[in-house]
Design a protein. Sequence first.
Length: 337
Amino acid sequence: MPVFHYFGADALSLREACDALRRDHDGDGALANNTLVLDGPRTTPDEVVAAAMTVPFMADHRLVRVDDLCRPYNLPRGGGAARRRRQRPSEAWAALPDMLGGLPPSTVLVFVDGEVDGGNPMKELLGAVATAKEFRPIRGRDLAGWVNKRARDRGVSLSPRAARALIDWVGEDQGALASEIDKLRLYAGDHTVDEEAIRLICPRNFDAEIWDLTDAVGEGRPEAALRALETLRADGRPSAALLGALANQMRRIIVAREIIDGGGDAAAVKQHFRIGHPYPAQKLTEQARRFPPARAAAAPRLIRDCDAAVQRFRRDLPGGLSDEVALELLVVDLAGG
């Protein structure tokens, strides 16, 4: 029975799998006129079955796609226990596997979801009738291998350090990396792409730029932090966004420090922040360990003082500081300079 369940946080691979499924069942070129997409949270079992049982019109196959059916049944994040009760599928949905027992072989039924947690009851229900495949994002050290393979598959020749440079420059989003690899193929042709070509051709990712700043602050490197801050300002990044990123990173470091002081390790930090890959969790843990407790405790006050100084400056009040000066002083203080 041609029923599939594709899900996961890797949106690029999931989309490409759906495209491949279409190509595999579009031998006569008529699938576009025999495709129906249903909104999972708003559809009913009867609608899904009715769509799946319909035979294709002058074509070999009919494609029915149901989007986000599992999303309402994920366990809510945050909040108290009363707000974290999981929604359960109705009895009508529980009968779906039996209802699809007579699915015609001409129908391709695919359920497409984003990230689905392990205890999702709709995922378990679909597992009884569908071939499931999860698409997980690649992170950390494994991502460079993915970039090199993707580049080879696209006919792009990368220098030995180019893959890491592309990740550092663009960020870890696989969709953005794939787009830049395709762009490099057009610009570089048969030439090998090196780090300089990446800096010239690819746009700098804001998250990657922010990472340079927060990473330098977390590791106690004030000079590197100031250079990163200067780059961000030169790119026109708003001061409010920079202050917010610093505040968020310091909150993470403070919480990670509390976990460590309580006997936790990188695995506990990873679990608390729901970090998908161990590498950033290990990085955050190392920063928290290097951060003196007294400096971590003072960070929220320093951030509040910075914001207050900027607000006073804008109102032309005594004790005010411009965005530029206030952020520079904050970065030096946080980095321990």
